[in-house]
Write a protein that binds this ligand. Structure first.
Ligand SMILES: [Fe+2]
Length: 131
């Protein structure tokens, strides 16, 4: 959604408008194409995505990622006054809040499961089964 918004905002922009927006360096590298980078210009990489394989650790990582996305959308909202940009950003912010809540629910389910007593059923060997 953000990529589409950026594409729509920059589509048809003149070189002067691109320069005035401070996007000369971006234009030199990417024209008007969408190239996801951080605000500092670091390209998106999957190296930021963590996965340890432990459900408690991974759910906490996911919850932190949702909060980081929420706060990033809030910072973007603080800089925007165009309603065509503001409304989608507000929608995306709300979505991150819901994602955080769902991961929190999943974490609670996993913790409840891990805290519950376990009953292990051992299958009977063939010689003990009644005919
Ligand atoms: Fe999310």
């Amino acid at each position: 959604m953000v990529g589409t918004m950026v594409r729509q905002l920059i589509e048809g922009a003149s070189i002067k408008e691109i320069e005035d927006a401070g996007l000369s360096d971006y234009y030199a590298d990417h024209d008007r194409a969408i190239f996801p980078v951080s605000a500092a210009g670091n390209p998106f990489t999957a190296a930021y995505i963590q996965s340890k394989g432990d459900p408690i650790t991974d759910l906490h990582e996911n919850m932190a990622a949702e909060q980081k996305a929420r706060s990033t959308y809030e910072y973007l909202i603080n800089m925007v006054d165009d309603p065509d940009v503001l409304d989608p950003l507000k929608f995306l912010r709300e979505r991150e809040v819901v994602h955080f809540q769902r991961f929190g629910e999943a974490l609670r389910i996993v913790q409840d499961y891990l805290d519950s007593p376990k009953l292990y059923q051992i299958p009977k060997p063939d010689c003990m089964k009644q005919i």
